[in-house]
Design a protein around this ligand. Structure first.
Ligand SMILES: NC(=O)C1=CN([C@@H]2O[C@H](COP(=O)(O)OP(=O)(O)OC[C@H]3O[C@@H](n4cnc5c(N)ncnc54)[C@H](OP(=O)(O)O)[C@@H]3O)[C@@H](O)[C@H]2O)C=CC1
Ligand SMILES: O=C(O)CCCC(=O)O
Length: 474
């Protein structure tokens, strides 16, 4: 189940040095993967560059057929992939299977979208000129992906890249390499030619420095922390690589006095506790209009108290372990800071050490103020801080007062209010009465320090295409 090899140029390879991978549910070693470095990173680019001419010349239909075959194999292996994911990442098995379906929806969607890479003709400046605009694949693409969505962050990059005619080199997170390796194994089985997909695991700084310096890598697509995203953006300047960044978030969740409070409370549970709160679009701070705040908080806390924390492989578990000790420490520090500054715990608040080392109760805080750490930095854990507001303008201003701009949510039954707030929020994604807006055909990405570019939909395809203008003199 846990293949411990890298895949370069159609060959499964090993390295002398290995890197251990642990199960966050019990801290036990699951296995190890190659600790690839600069040499393997270069070999992967060599393979992808060699495969590019033939792959890019295939028709979109041919590439689509292979993507559809990959899709079919991923579907057939859903259970195995989900088990691998839960074992290395911790999310409950059912949620992991949901992520595999979500990941696979990108493969299905781009298998078709590749056929719709349309160009344009534009009236010329004279009768003797014709202007033709075509689109071509950018070339070799490097994809660096995080641990929180070990499958979908790969397919959301790789499927459009391959459909566009690009070849890819992948570096998954060192915390969750096995899901990624399995996906690549299935791509090989699907008949995707040697060199078109390559994967290396190992030192992120060594591998990414080679990819940044190599001018054959024409595009870098990264999902992860804003800190690393900024480093990669600076590095991409060396040879003016195209770059897509999907970085941190700090999503505001606004509930007005016009909301259906039961719908909003259920929505907040879905948004906040997806993947135990380790999602860059998870609600991170909750703003509730004063007159409904107490009622909302108690409805929400009642739901939160029903959530079961435990090993994701056990039936009925809603929230698994966090990815590592640093993640737990960050949540604990934010709760302590809030309580010291006057916050009150309405639900949860405890580390569940009897279950293992990375478990923490889903926690609801009230009497929250804007000076608390949880209101100013991404939590990436199961903590929901609730604060109140008086007017809509105040809510919007406080929601926008952040360097981040990925996702925001508003719950209201008043259509005019919904449109006003959605338009005023400085965020790339706004869920109006919708706590989980992500879907393959829609553009996913952020304003401000949350990133650059979009993934998903036809926007996600454009990221892997160059526009070429051909001026035809007659
Ligand atoms: N937008 C999102 O979805 C995500 C946001 N985050 C945010 O970031 C915080 C920290 O998480 P963390 O896992 O440390 O995120 P990182 O940004 O460190 O890791 C994400 C990916 O980047 C790689 N990476 C790390 N350092 C470098 C580097 N110098 N050059 C190139 N690649 C690098 C990692 O590899 P390796 O694992 O080998 O180090 C991994 O593949 C989270 O708490 C959360 O706030 C984290 C993950 C996803
Ligand atoms: O960046 C993330 O945290 C993963 C994306 C989750 C989503 O697609 O909704």
């Amino acid at each position: 189940m846990f293949r411990n090899q890298n895949y370069i140029g159609g060959q499964w390879i090993e390295t002398d040095e290995q890197m251990d991978v642990y199960n966050p549910a019990d801290g036990k070693k699951i296995g190890s993967v190659p600790k690839a470095g600069k040499e393997e990173a270069k070999q992967a680019v060599d393979a992808a560059a060699k495969a590019f001419p033939a792959w890019s010349r295939r028709t979109a239909n041919e590439r689509g057929d292979l993507l559809r075959r990959w899709h079919q194999l991923i579907e057939e292996h859903t259970e195995e992939l989900a088990r691998i994911m839960t074992t290395e990442q911790g999310k409950p098995l059912q949620e992991a299977a949901g992520e595999i379906a979500y990941a696979n929806s990108f493969v299905a969607w781009y298998a078709e979208e590749g056929k719709r890479v349309y160009g344009e003709t534009i009236p010329g400046s004279s009768n003797r000129q014709r202007i033709i605009v075509t689109k071509q694949p950018v070339g070799v693409v490097a994809a660096i992906t995080p641990w929180n969505f070990p499958a979908s962050m790969i397919t959301r990059k790789v499927a459009p890249a391959l459909a566009a005619g690009c070849t890819v080199v992948i570096k998954p997170s060192s915390e969750t390499p096995f899901t990624a390796i399995k996906l690549v194994e299935l791509a090989e089985e699907a008949g995707i030619p040697a060199g078109v997909i390559n994967i290396v695991t190992g030192s992120s700084s060594d591998i990414s420095s080679v990819w940044q310096e190599d001018s054959r890598v024409r595009k870098l697509s990264f999902t992860g922390s804003t800190k690393v995203g900024k480093q990669l953006m600076a590095g991409a300047a060396a040879n003016v690589k195209k770059i897509s960044l999907e970085l941190g978030g700090h999503a505001p969740f606004i509930v007005t006095n016009q909301a259906d409070l039961d719908q909003a409370a259920a929505g907040l549970v879905s948004s906040k506790f997806r993947n135990g709160g380790q999602t860059c679009v998870c609600a991170n701070r909750v703003y509730v209009q004063e007159e409904v705040a107490d009622q909302f908080a108690s409805k929400f806390a009642e739901r939160v108290k029903q959530l079961k924390v435990g090993n994701g492989l056990e039936a009925g578990v809603d929230i698994g372990p966090l990815i590592n000790q640093d993640a737990v420490d960050k949540v604990v520090k934010q709760i302590k800071d809030a309580v010291e500054k006057g916050g009150t715990i309405l639900a949860g608040g405890q580390v569940l050490s009897e279950l293992g080392s990375h478990y923490i109760e889903p926690t609801v805080l009230v009497n929250v103020t804007d000076d608390m750490e949880c209101m100013n930095e991404e939590t990436f854990g199961p903590l929901a801080p609730i604060t109140t507001f008086a007017t809509i303008d105040e809510a919007v201003e406080r929601a926008n007062d952040s360097p981040y701009g990925l996702a925001a949510y508003v719950f209201t039954q008043n259509l005019g209010e919904a449109v006003h707030i959605a338009e005023a929020l400085e965020y790339g994604i706004v869920g109006v009465n919708d706590p989980v807006p992500s879907t393959a055909q829609a553009p996913f990405g952020g304003f401000k320090e949350s990133g650059l570019g979009r993934e998903g939909g036809h926007y996600g395809m454009e990221e892997f295409l160059e526009v070429k203008y051909i001026s035809l003199g007659l």
